[in-house]
Ligand binder design. Structure first.
Ligand code: AHR
Length: 508
């Protein structure tokens, strides 16, 4: 297939917030326990119980933030159970995920230590569904207050003198479902209440994120926009004039079914199922645009952020694994799903300020899979790595000339090519995804407005779409993209079938 497009490299648009490359770690299956946390006595190399191979792999992605402790788990979590001497911490039942007993050995201090090792900003989700306003208010005081307040004193008694910085604060999770089964109006009231008492202590400025819609539930977003409220309660002097929450989230998973009980295998799928998956992934663009349009009507200045704090593929668990642990493998198909999402994120960088892949280790569309001492980098990991140059870069308009090649999938035409671009530090970075399962794509990109230097390309593909990495073999790897060159002002790239590539070049 042949694709022609124009890149206006001298027309920088909105900044691509690095937090669009955010992550998510829930107390779910082997994400926290076994994934991030092995405990100090483990044979797996660790620092204070946190596994170092995982830290190193994620540091290489420059992960900007990590959301914790859930997910559904967050609305069952009582933070006081997870502080103080580990041997004294009470246990609880993780009712959402496998009905297993949680021993709370990974709690607030362990999470903050993890964020510090990762160099990532913490995004803490408060318990709105089954917790109290007081509990949330005290947690943020415990985390961020410097003086001799009761919670600061409690933190010190647990060995941490200095407060931490906590920029991101979630007000519950999926309140329409696992987070309390509420309607939008009831939740909006609670979001205002919890937002009001989630205070900025000292220099710590919270970016409060109200829990939002499932998929395309634009009505939910509208109700939250109508209820932004004003921060006039406790601490009114410091907070006067602010909205009670600064952002609204939504979740969208790539799930193709046919039913919830049969979501298909992560590794054993045919070409039709592949196309249905990427068509579902591509829907993210319309969903972001839908939420953004509702927000524009109330907030044309785009002060309120849109946050997609859970996204990714959701297939059946790997055979023989606990159905409540959501452990799935990750193929070349997942990498292409990630590529399509990031292009949409870049195009909506004016409103979408954060996104969190679900989840970082061993759960759903993971970056990393661990098994004892083994660590595997998934195909999705490589897309995050190859796209790092987009972090905090200015988006650039990239427009197809004429319609993209399409394929009929259900009652829709799926575009088989996706791309986006940005500029930072005198370089342009272009991401290109060829979704065609069988055909290569000849791409001609007319680069306008700059003098472009020699291009460098990286390529991620595999012989088969079902290829995936294991400890024994890694067929999905990044390599140099040979077929890339400038022909006058036209960048010519050949992309193999089902591949993701990045091309970067200096500009003058
Ligand atoms: O990521 C798994 C679960 O999916 C989360 O706990 C929940 O928020 C969503 O339904």
């Amino acid at each position: 297939m042949r694709v022609q497009a124009v890149l206006e490299a001298d027309l920088p648009g909105p900044r691509i917030n690095r937090h669009l490359y955010g992550h998510f770690a829930e107390h779910l299956g082997r994400c926290v326990y076994g994934g991030f946390w092995v405990g100090e006595d483990s044979p797996v190399p660790n620092e204070g119980g946190i596994r170092l191979d995982v830290v190193d792999a994620l540091r290489a992605l420059d992960i900007p933030n990590l959301r914790w402790p859930g997910g559904c788990f967050a609305d069952t979590y009582h933070w006081r159970d997870g502080v103080g001497p580990r041997e004294d911490r009470p246990t609880m039942v993780n009712s959402h995920w496998g009905d297993v007993v949680e021993d709370n050995s990974f709690g607030t201090h362990e999470f903050m230590a993890l964020c510090q090792l990762l160099g990532a900003d913490p995004y803490v989700s408060a318990n709105v569904g089954s917790g109290t306003v007081r509990e949330a208010a005290e947690w943020i005081e415990y985390l961020t207050r410097a003086d001799d307040s009761p919670m600061a004193r409690l933190r010190r008694s647990h060995g941490r003198d200095e407060p931490w910085s906590v920029p991101f604060w979630g007000l519950g999770n999926e309140p329409w479902g696992c987070g309390g089964g509420m309607g939008s109006g009831a939740y909006a009231e609670l979001a205002r209440q919890f937002g009001t008492y989630s205070l900025d202590h000292g220099d710590n400025q919270l970016y409060r994120i109200a829990a939002g819609a499932a998929d395309a539930d634009y009505r939910w977003t509208e109700v939250l926009m109508q209820n932004l409220g004003r921060y006039l309660g406790a601490g009114a002097v410091t907070g006067h004039g602010k909205n009670t929450y600064q952002a609204i989230s939504f979740h969208h998973y790539t799930i193709v079914g046919p039913t919830w009980e049969n979501k298909g295998s992560a590794t054993d799928f045919d070409v039709e199922e592949y196309y249905r998956t990427v068509a579902e992934a591509a829907r993210i663009e319309r969903i972001i645009a839908g939420h953004a349009a509702v927000m524009d009507a109330y907030d044309p200045g785009k002060e309120v952020g849109l946050v997609l704090d859970e996204w990714g593929t959701w297939f059946d668990v790997e055979p023989g694994t606990n159905p409540g642990f959501l452990f799935q493998q990750n193929t070349m198909r997942d990498a292409l799903v990630a590529g399509v999402h990031f292009d949409a994120f870049h195009r909506h960088a004016d409103r979408l300020v954060m996104a969190n892949i679900a989840q970082t280790v061993n759960v759903l569309q993971a970056m990393l899979l661990t098994d004892g001492e083994e660590l595997v980098l998934t195909p999705s990991y490589h897309v995050f790595a190859m796209n790092k140059g987009h972090h905090d870069a200015a988006s650039l308009p990239l427009t197809l000339r004429g319609p993209a090649p399409t394929r009929r999938v259900g009652d829709e035409d799926l575009e088989l090519f996706s791309a986006s671009a940005s500029t930072k530090d005198g370089r342009v970075l272009v991401s290109l995804t060829n979704l065609d399962a069988e055909l290569p794509a000849e791409v001609e990109l007319d680069v306008r407005g700059v003098e472009a230097g020699a291009p460098v390309g990286r390529l991620l593909t595999a012989e088969k779409l079902t290829d995936h990495n294991t400890a024994a073999s890694t067929p999905v790897q990044v390599r140099d993209l040979e077929d890339v060159r400038f022909d006058g002002g036209t960048l010519r790239v050949t992309l193999p079938a089902h591949s993701f590539a990045t091309v970067s070049f200096p500009t003058a």
